[in-house]
Design a protein around this ligand. Structure first.
Ligand SMILES: [Zn+2]
Length: 129
């Protein structure tokens, strides 16, 4: 599953991430049996830990992600001070989103609609959960 993630603050992208292995490891995420390797870091965790190397703070930021975060990433999101999570797709109404909401984080789902506007912008349909 390809998952990507952006962290945005004050209308600027301060970090990005995708599912992958840590720096220095080959970026093959699955073993020969097709199972996800245990060293794979999720997109959200990669984006958050990238901030630890830089000078930007995730306090009050918004995290955009392809799929709703898993429970492990949700814990990091809460602890990093991110205030809103926007998911392109709710994989399932899972414990990750539930944990985010119970921690006071706004969780929104956005779907791209079929129509492409004449003024060259995509129409978004959003819903808070
Ligand atoms: Zn995760």
């Amino acid at each position: 599953m390809k998952v990507g993630c952006l962290i945005v603050k004050n209308n600027q992208i301060i970090s990005d991430g995708y599912n992958g292995t840590p720096t220095g490891h080959d970026n093959e995420c699955e073993d020969l049996d097709g199972h996800t390797k245990r060293e794979v870091i999720h997109a959200e965790s990669n984006a958050i830990t990238k901030l630890a190397k830089g000078t930007s703070s995730s306090e009050g930021a918004t995290l955009y992600t392809t799929l709703s975060p898993c429970f492990e990433c949700a814990k990091l999101i809460v602890q990093s001070g991110i205030q809103r999570v926007v998911c392109g797709e709710l994989y399932r109404l899972d414990e990750g989103s539930e944990f985010l909401k119970s921690s006071g984080i706004q969780v929104d789902i956005f779907h791209l609609t079929e129509t492409y506007d004449s003024d060259d912008s995509w129409e978004f349909e959003g819903a808070s959960i």
